[in-house]
Ligand binder design. Structure first.
Ligand code: TEU
Length: 529
């Protein structure tokens, strides 16, 4: 496919906006649409193709907005629907596409459907939009089955009349019953609402969770994980979910304009993931195998090969992702134990060049371009993640508001003199990691991202396509070539390696020592024609 003929999303670099933590214009310590609008020049300068905005809808914020009370309105914390429309237009003027986050697995317990369900009788049509069931035991005092919430504890909560309702996440997030046609119709209408506002795509939250075995059987002891790899787990990655996505595909195709659906699906490996992008369903899926992979040449190569081989059969492009708002930031993940952030940062710089050189699209999570790490000392009383309350494990450490400028918190996140504090505390050490300070430093993480994205945009070998591994690469070195004339080399070994003769280094993640590539360093090379 020629570059002009292929859909934009086959090679897009998408920047994830976690709105609460991106930029605060109103001064309440929580990021908002006006803050994002004011920072569009920064994103443009960074050189990304699209932004994905995590849920901005009306929500009681029991799970940072992943508990939606009204899918057709914006939460007042973030702005208004008119602000959202204005933002979409402003992004398009700058050539930035907009992907919104669709949350179809569950609503908020404050959604009018759930309020109506609580007010209605057992067995009513209102209850049948969710999963209400009588309990077990003599007086129904035991939950209907043994399913567990992803956030910890039972996946069932009892209501005053004795019935129980299912929630695979927090109790404030009741699961919708996708076997009820009213649910599917409602989501068709929600998709149209946002397509009519000209969004370029949707990220599908918990895409692997929508269908449940209608018998709601107990999980076998060993099947408690997120998947069983066979399409028959009682509630994860069931084969029937694909019919929903085929229906959405048909709906979006009527709009034209290459709308993207990207699946957030935690499943058992590349084969299962390929189902989401095959046969007229979603377009791409987050490659969490890459995100979960250790800093190890053999393991990385195996994930890359498996990804490309499995997707090859579907025609869908690969995606690559290192961090998001649910997982430990990758600098910390790569820092090893005992945690060595210098080592973590060196590896993260090399990983960025690896990710951006691979065939397909890539996702950048806000702040990774600033070299931010996981904040691990947030006091318990300031934690906001519902998972912390339910299981003691928090995701707040990767959600701390960004440092933009200045020497003290809020580091330009909120306007000067706002008098508020950011909704999660920022480390003092981030004074050396603000966007403004990095803009002046050619060796900063920000400059590495800017330069690599600029090269990626203009180099004909990068983006969509394929790769060929270099058969002569030394042990623990990843080296691959892309045509025309490009090579990426990543040194995961413990000693420096020679670069091939006659190649020009176009970018390196660390200074080269006498033409040699140090450990935990990557380089992009232009090969002689
Ligand atoms: O996450 C879905 C999900 O399955 C998570 O539990 C994921 O496995 C875990 O966070 C990895 O550590 C999505 C959203 O990304 C997350 O922020 C929401 O809390 C969740 O859905 C519920 O909507």
């Amino acid at each position: 496919m020629s570059a002009a003929a292929r859909p934009w999303w086959r090679e897009a670099v998408v920047y994830q906006i976690y709105m609460r933590s991106f930029a605060d214009a109103s001064g309440d310590g929580i990021g908002d649409i006006a803050g994002l609008l004011a920072r569009l020049p920064y994103l443009h300068e960074l050189g990304i193709d699209a932004i994905w905005i995590t849920p901005w809808y009306r929500s009681p914020m029991a799970d940072g907005g992943y508990d939606v009370a009204d899918y057709r309105d914006i939460d007042p914390l973030f702005g208004t629907l008119a602000d959202a429309e204005g933002l979409i237009g402003a992004c398009h003027e700058r050539g930035i596409r907009v992907i919104v986050d669709l949350v179809p697995n569950h609503t908020s317990d404050r959604h009018h459907w759930f309020e109506a369900a609580l007010a209605a009788e057992p067995g009513s049509p209102e209850r049948s939009r969710y999963w209400f069931r009588p309990g077990r035991g003599r007086g129904g005092e035991l939950p209907p089955n043994n399913w567990q919430s992803r956030f910890g504890g039972l996946a069932w909560t009892q209501v005053p009349d004795g019935e129980w309702y299912l929630h695979l996440f927090a109790p404030e997030q009741p699961d919708l019953n996708w076997a009820n046609p009213a649910v599917a119709d409602e989501f068709d209408s929600i998709l149209r609402f946002w397509l009519d506002r000209d969004v370029d795509g949707f990220r599908i939250d918990v895409a692997h969770g929508l269908m449940k075995d209608p018998e709601l059987p107990d999980l076998a002891q060993h099947a408690g994980a997120e998947h069983n790899g066979a399409g028959s787990h009682p509630h994860w990655d069931r084969d029937e979910v694909q019919a929903i996505y085929q229906r959405w595909r048909r709906l979006a195709d009527r709009y034209g304009g290459e709308r993207l659906f990207v699946a957030e699906a935690w499943v058992a490996g590349a084969d299962r993931l390929a189902r989401y992008v095959a046969s007229g369903g979603l377009d791409t899926a987050f490659n969490f195998d890459f995100l979960r992979c250790a800093w190890d040449a053999g393991e990385l190569r195996a994930v890359i090969d498996r990804t490309l081989a499995t997707l090859g059969g579907t025609g869908a492009p690969a995606t690559w992702v290192l961090s998001n708002h649910d997982v430990q930031r990758h600098i910390t993940r790569y820092a090893g134990s005992p945690a060595d952030l210098v080592r973590g940062t060196r590896r993260a710089r090399a990983a960025a060049l690896l990710m951006l050189a691979l065939p397909g699209g890539a996702y950048i999570y806000q702040g990774e371009e600033l070299g931010l790490w996981e904040v691990e000392d947030i006091p318990a009383e300031l934690m906001q993640d519902p998972r912390f309350r339910l299981s003691g494990r928090t995701r707040d450490g990767c959600r701390v508001p960004l440092p933009w400028s200045g020497e003290v918190s809020p580091f330009g996140f909120s306007p000067a003199g706002a008098g508020s504090t950011p909704w999660l505390p920022q480390p003092d050490a981030w004074r050396a990691f603000t966007a403004t300070s990095q803009e002046r430093d050619p060796d900063s993480m920000l400059e590495l991202y800017r330069r690599s994205l600029r090269i990626r945009r203009s180099h004909p070998a990068l983006g969509d396509g394929d790769l060929e591994w270099d058969a002569d690469a030394p042990a623990n070195v990843l080296s691959f070539q892309r045509e025309p004339g490009f090579r990426c080399i990543v040194n995961l070994s413990t000693s420096a390696v020679e670069l091939p003769a006659g190649a020009d280094v176009i970018l390196a993640s660390a200074p080269l020592a006498g033409g040699r590539l140090a450990p935990d360093t990557a380089a992009w090379l232009q090969l002689a024609r």
